[in-house]
Design a protein around this ligand. Sequence first.
Ligand code: DX5
Ligand code: ZN
Length: 222
Amino acid sequence: MDTQNTVIMSPSLLSSDFSRLAGELESLEQAGVEWVHWDVMDGNFVPNITFGPPVISRCRKESSLFFDVHLMIDNPGRYIQEFVDAGADLICVHAESETHLERTVAEITRLGAHPAVALNPHTPLSVVEYLLPQLYMVLIMSVNPGFGGQSFIPFTIDKIKSLSQMIKATGSDTLIQVDGGVTPDNIAELRHAGADILVSGSAFFGHPPYDERLRTFLRAAG
Ligand code: DX5
Ligand code: ZN
């Protein structure tokens, strides 16, 4: 997928209707959405618990959307094969929960998915600097992960700008995703700072119909 110079919305299913996930995926696809964001939470790395490989695997049969899987779990390296088998197109692991980050990133690539690393708001960019050539995407968390509907943390704008400069300096083509508190009101600033892929949960699913909401975000992004 050519993502250069194009902003991509990845709606977070965390704010969707869990009782009808297949219907939600179909509605997103009909609305023109290309990526969908799966927030996997284990009740350890983050306080909340959501879903895992069986749910993703079942939904994979119902959807051809790009499955962007954000693992908020301890020791994610133990579960890469399961999430690839479930149908993840991209697997994003948190630097804070994986001691052997390089090995886990290599494993994701070896198994045929796009590798990504997420950083909590306070985690320095230096953690991913040496890995950039191996990474399809870096996810900058703009809230503390665990729940939808939280307020955007303003200092993360500077972090996005710094990451964008770091990516250019290292000559890699790693994409930047931003997740948490993204709305049509701040998407232009995020885009300007260097964000390529924007995740939105509450500000997307809370405002149907989805085709109009997608257009509102994309128009606001400029
Ligand atoms: C937060 C999750 C996000 C969340 C975003 O832990 O990683 O993906 O769903 O939700 P909003 O857009 O409501 O902040
Ligand atoms: Zn997420």
